[in-house]
Design a protein around this ligand. Structure first.
Ligand SMILES: [Zn+2]
Ligand SMILES: [Zn+2]
Length: 151
């Protein structure tokens, strides 16, 4: 093996590692639109406001936050949790600057912006108490979900 070959091998290894790192970063971010005009919707849990970011802003701002959901609620009952939800994407809120912005959706029923997920990784319903639209059914949430949302 000549030194030139060694150099080529080394370069290939470096390129492979770089490609792997880029892939790892890209694959950890789920909903970033490739269209630069497309917006992503976020909800700040700290100051309770919704805000939009463009695709490039999102790619820049998004951070992974490891979630350790409580395993049981105050009654000692186990909380439902989606398997495999171990981290969430968070962004810094443009209003209060806290890293408290979580992926959000706009309620098609009342227009309220609310987080996509509850704290324990379940699907959140519309946070407007008069609406409580449930994305999984497309109707007003009932029973446990509405009760669970009370502060
Ligand atoms: Zn905020
Ligand atoms: Zn609503």
């Amino acid at each position: 093996m000549t030194s030139k070959d060694k150099f080529r091998l080394g370069l290939a290894a470096v390129l492979l590692a770089a490609a792997g790192a880029v892939f790892a970063v890209l694959s950890s971010i789920s909903d970033i639109p490739s269209d630069p005009e497309a917006k992503t919707l976020w909800y700040c849990a700290a100051c309770r406001s919704g805000f939009e970011l463009t695709g490039p802003q999102t790619a820049e701002a998004v951070r992974q936050k490891v979630v350790r959901p409580p395993v049981a609620n105050a009654d000692g009952k186990p909380l439902p949790r989606l398997p495999g939800v171990t981290s969430v994407e968070v962004v810094a809120c443009p209003f209060c600057k806290q890293l408290a912005g979580v992926p959000a959706r706009r309620c098609p029923n009342c227009g309220e912006v609310f987080p996509v997920r509850t704290e324990n990784g379940g699907v959140a319903v519309c946070s407007n108490p008069d609406c409580q639209w449930d994305p999984t059914t497309g109707r007003k949430a009932e029973g446990a979900k509405t009760a669970a949302r009370k502060p």
